[in-house]
Design a protein around this ligand. Structure first.
Ligand code: PRP
Ligand code: MN
Ligand code: MG
Length: 180
């Protein structure tokens, strides 16, 4: 698995440091508001676990699964809800936890869904951001790292469901996903 990585972009330590900063910022901003923190499965599962441990105020957690990429390296542009929330979002302060923003399609779709369900507020924390790839106008309220347009995997991010369990984030060797 490690052999498929061309270059480590962010080590486990660098990521943990950033996640602690993000947790502190969220804790400060949401003091007294009991936000509903939503993990966008599957990619955000590790970030959600680590971030939530660094949030020091009362929160509730929920999980939603959406998919736009399938097994391709490119977004299909069509977002599907694979698993919906268990909780009502009506009147709630919502914080969406995402691993990465690429085209922005997944998040713009999700934000729209949550606003139509009458959430009180909807904000986004994204660990990684590829601002150069946006097709819709969208920015996270909290961003960990802005990264170049390379195909990255690890720390929840996959290629064809692999590499999510790497504790760091790295660039996938091109030979792995070309000719597929
Ligand atoms: C990936 C990633 C984000 C989304 C970002 O999810 O985890 O959710 O794509 O891309 P976008 O900004 O262009 O929409 P994916 O659809 O691959 O599902 P996964 O989280 O289960 O891997
Ligand atoms: Mn995802
Ligand atoms: Mg994916």
């Amino acid at each position: 698995m490690q052999n498929d990585i061309q270059e480590v972009l962010y080590s486990e330590e660098q990521i943990q440091l950033k996640v602690r900063e993000l947790g502190a910022a969220v804790s400060r901003d949401y003091e007294g508001r009991n936000p509903l923190v939503i993990c966008v499965l599957k990619g955000a599962f590790i970030f959600m676990a680590d971030l939530s441990k660094n949030i020091t105020i009362p929160i509730e957690l929920d999980f939603m699964a959406v998919s736009s990429y399938g097994n391709s390296t490119r977004s299909s542009g069509e977002v599907r809800i694979v698993k919906d929330l268990d909780n009502s979002v009506e009147g709630r302060d919502i914080l969406i936890v995402e691993d990465i923003i690429d085209s922005g399609l997944t998040l713009s779709y999700l934000i729209d869904v949550l606003e139509r369900r009458n959430a009180k507020s909807v904000r986004v924390v994204a660990l990684f951001d590829k601002p150069g790839r946006r097709t819709v106008d969208l920015n996270a309220d909290y961003t960990g790292f802005s990264i170049p347009d390379a195909f990255v995997v690890g720390y929840g991010l996959d290629y064809a469901e692999h590499y999510r369990n790497l504790p760091y984030v790295g660039i996938l060797k091109e030979e792995i996903y070309s000719n597929r």
